[in-house]
Design a protein around this ligand. Structure first.
Ligand SMILES: N[C@@H](CCC[C@H](N)C(=O)O)C(=O)O
Length: 283
């Protein structure tokens, strides 16, 4: 089967975008998506994103498979890429916003006049049972809770931004061996749906540095939901202002946690890289 695709990235977090507007089911299986993401035997990407018809009056629906074929609920950098992809498909150049249904809820990306995309990422979810995690009390937030993984005791804060995140503040993010600690935290029994793993260094109250190990993808250059979760965790622990720049290996995102509506707003770029035709095997 031949499938047309376009590759985009948001700060080096790269995705294969597929026009799926004529069907409610993704045109690739999770196994086919995983093969396509392979950096040696496929196109190479952190995930495959499908633009499907909207539901209940929304403009479109987003579905995404991680590079291992698992399906997350949401993706922050991915939804900026999806907004840029839709605008390219529709030939839209002026600023406009889209309502997008995701498995993590309704998300609203807005293309702005300066070429960036601001996304209303909705409200953070803080209850332990909804992260989900067995740490702490089920109906309470998990803030500065101890977690043993990779022979170390970590002090973690857990936030759900549509998908689950485990945040640890450290003095120096460069000193963390993500290769060693990423998977043991991602797959820790305290996280029944696994978890994305972020390490954060507070440079100033309005500037955070972050490195990430993503659930289902491993080390990536950026994570939008993770950057939002990091800011929420930093505010809950009195380490930052409600608006901050989050520096990732691939570049910077501006994140704001609004006091007015309790929503997170993420601003950053999304860039088209190339388009092509892929021969997917029947699996
Ligand atoms: N890179 C993404 C998050 C993608 C999903 C994640 N790997 C998960 O399994 O939850 C982002 O920018 O938010």
């Amino acid at each position: 089967m031949q499938i047309e695709f376009t590759k985009y990235h948001g700060l080096g977090n790269d995705f294969i975008l597929i026009d799926n507007r004529l069907s409610d089911e993704p045109r690739l299986t999770p196994a086919q998506a995983a093969t396509m993401c392979d950096r040696h035997f496929g196109v190479g990407a952190d995930g495959v994103i499908f633009v499907l018809p909207g539901q209940n009056g929304t403009d479109y629906t987003m579905r995404i498979f991680n590079s291992d074929g698992s399906e997350p609920e949401m993706c922050g950098n991915g939804i900026r890429c999806l907004a840029r992809f839709i605008a390219d498909l529709e030939g839209v150049t002026e600023p406009r916003s889209y309502t997008i249904q995701t498995l993590g809820g309704l998300i609203t990306p807005k293309l702005t006049a300066d070429g960036l995309i601001t996304v209303d990422m909705g409200e953070p979810i803080l209850r332990a049972a909804d992260i989900p995690t067995t740490l702490g009390q089920p109906d309470q937030p998990v803030v500065n809770h101890s977690l043993e993984a990779a022979e170390t005791i970590w002090n973690v804060t857990c936030i759900n931004m549509g998908n689950p995140h485990c945040i640890t503040f450290v003095d120096d993010v460069a000193a963390i061996s993500l290769e060693t600690v990423g998977s043991p935290i991602e797959c820790h029994p305290a996280f029944p749906q696994k978890i994305n793993v972020e390490f954060i260094q507070v440079v100033r109250s309005d500037y955070l540095k972050m490195r990430v190990w993503e659930r289902g993808a491993g080390i990536t250059l950026a994570c939008g939901t993770g950057a939002c979760a990091a800011l929420v965790a930093a505010v809950l622990t009195d380490l930052s202002d409600r608006s901050a720049t989050v520096e990732l290996p691939g570049g910077c995102l501006l994140i704001e946690w609004s006091e007015t509506d309790n929503h997170l707003y993420m601003t950053g770029p999304a860039e088209r890289v190339f388009a092509g035709n892929y021969s997917a095997s029947q699996s």
